[in-house]
Design a protein around this ligand. Structure first.
Ligand SMILES: Nc1ncnc2c1ncn2[C@@H]1O[C@H](COP(=O)(O)OP(=O)(O)OP(=O)(O)O)[C@@H](O)[C@H]1O
Length: 474
């Protein structure tokens, strides 16, 4: 091999090194710089003259060249922070006639501009990756603890104590309660207190997955198992939850056919991907939740009895807000604190009248509805105290009808009337306000589902969307 470069004019060699090796440094056995090419000089903003003869660590920050020159161990594609940038460095020991005489180092990119161009391309990709990583971690790992479950009513304390006691058991848990009572929060807290807390928490909304996609979502599939199957296949939720907890939300909405498939997984403790040849062992703890009456569904033949018994090992009834009125104000205060942080509004409080209005309402949407009511109040509030006029119209009306029924002072004097109703507005404005409130109310009841909300209001989809647009409701 010797002499291969003999025909290469000497002044070409340097150019070739500059072009081919990008940034290059050569050190001797003691780690003293013996060569630094012009691209590296340019990048480091030094001259070759001032660098050659110096220990490499004095020329290149974070250098490990002196180590490689001693150990003879190559370091390939290592991340090397220089000038505030993460460079990719290769360090090779230099052997001449079988003797370790030093080391040669290169970093990718010939100059800072090249690096900048590259990092401009890579930056948005890294940001996107971080965004999905955080989202994935957020979704996959539970975030609530029992400390987040506010309430001191006996029924609620009983439910919370039972949940805490069974957290570490491997048995299935069935959470029963009306919509918005905190079933998902309970599921998170149980997982978070269990020995599985460092493993994933996977939520499956049985009501929202279309029937034809259920199997592939839950059990996954192998590559090429059907038209449109992703390359490399896909893991199902059970596989993703391996070692952790799977939360089967709205289990009462699971179609019968899917109930049989789910039962099989729970019995066999293994799943088979669509198009897969071998079963996959899984170890997951199941927590199911529903607002529906599963016992009645079993009697009506809508829910499999055997599945019901599998899921109903530990049953926890979560009380509705109307059955724990004493918790309404403490929960509201906690929610106001959270809203304060979200909207940068601090020391928010409830007036006496508002506390009474909140305690009087029946809260069909439970804590979710309470959250929406308070968020709305914070949005229309100027100071820190929430008064009845900051509540949605339907709550104001309830409050008013209560005072009308019980005050025994009807008809009201003009002063009383304007105190209660405020200044007289045009009928058009009053109708618009009432419509807006009705839309908010329906959206709360329908958990944000616009089609459902339109149905509740008895109007068409287009008309509903038009109204939302008109009132700036997104
Ligand atoms: N005890 C509680 N203390 C404070 N906030 C709560 C409590 N319970 C529920 N919440 C809040 O109320 C909202 C609804 O809770 P969650 O989603 O857990 O209810 P859910 O019963 O699972 O509802 P759905 O059946 O509609 O899915 C959430 O934003 C949650 O943070």
């Amino acid at each position: 091999m010797k002499g291969l470069m003999e025909k290469l004019p000497y002044d070409w060699i340097e150019e070739v090194v500059n072009l081919a090796a990008e940034c290059m440094v050569v050190v001797d056995h003691e780690g003293i710089v013996v060569y630094l090419n012009s691209a590296y000089c340019e990048f480091l903003k030094v001259t070759a003259e001032e660098s050659i003869g110096k220990p490499v660590q004095d020329v290149i920050e974070n250098s490990r060249m002196q180590i490689v020159a001693k150990t003879g161990q190559a370091e390939v594609a290592s991340i090397h922070p220089i000038n505030g940038s993460e460079m990719i460095a290769n360090r090779y020991p230099l052997y001449v006639k079988g003797q370790l005489v030093g080391a040669v180092g290169t970093v990718m990119f010939r100059n800072a501009q090249e690096w900048l161009d590259y990092s401009k391309k890579i930056q948005p990709i890294m940001e996107e990756l971080n965004y999905y990583k955080t989202k994935f971690e957020k979704e996959l790992f539970s975030k609530y603890h029992f400390g987040d479950l506010v309430g001191s009513s006996p029924k609620f304390i009983e439910a919370k104590k039972l949940a805490e006691r069974v957290s570490d058991s491997q048995s299935a848990v069935l959470l029963l309660g009306a919509s918005g009572t905190g079933k998902e929060l309970f599921a998170h807290a149980i997982h978070q207190t269990s020995g599985r807390r460092f493993a994933p928490f996977m939520r499956v909304n049985c009501a929202s997955i279309p029937e034809h996609l259920f199997e592939s979502e839950i059990f996954g599939y192998e590559e090429g198992s059907f038209t449109g199957a992703k390359k490399g296949g896909k893991k199902g939720k059970f596989e993703l939850a391996h070692g952790g907890t799977i939360f089967l939300d709205e289990i009462g909405d699971l179609p019968l056919q899917m109930q049989s498939k789910l039962l099989r997984v729970l019995q066999e403790k293994e799943i088979e991907r669509i198009g897969g040849r071998a079963p996959i062992q899984i170890d997951v703890r199941v927590i199911a939740a529903t607002h529906r009456n599963l016992e009645k569904m079993v009697l009506d033949g809508e829910f499999r009895e055997d599945l019901y018994y599998r899921l109903n090992v530990i049953k926890i009834d979560i009380p509705s807000l109307k059955d724990r009125k004493e918790d309404i104000v403490p929960i509201s205060r906690i929610l106001l604190k959270k809203l304060g942080t979200k909207f940068h509004r601090y020391d928010l409080d409830l007036s006496e009248e508002v506390m009474l209005d909140l305690e009087r309402h029946s809260w069909p949407g439970n804590i979710r509805e309470l959250e929406n009511v308070l968020e709305r109040a914070v949005n229309v509030l100027d100071g820190q105290m929430i008064y009845p006029e900051h509540l949605p119209l339907y709550l104001q009306q309830e409050g008013k009808s209560h005072s009308q029924t019980y005050s025994g002072q009807l008809p009201l004097s003009p002063t009383q009337s304007s105190k209660l109703y405020g200044p007289v507005k045009s009928l058009k404005v009053i109708v618009a306000e009432a419509e807006k409130e009705a839309i908010f109310h329906a959206l709360t009841e329908a958990k944000g589902n616009k089609l459902e909300a339109a149905k509740l209001l008895g109007i068409g989809k287009t008309s509903f969307y038009d109204k939302c647009k008109g009132y700036g409701i997104s």
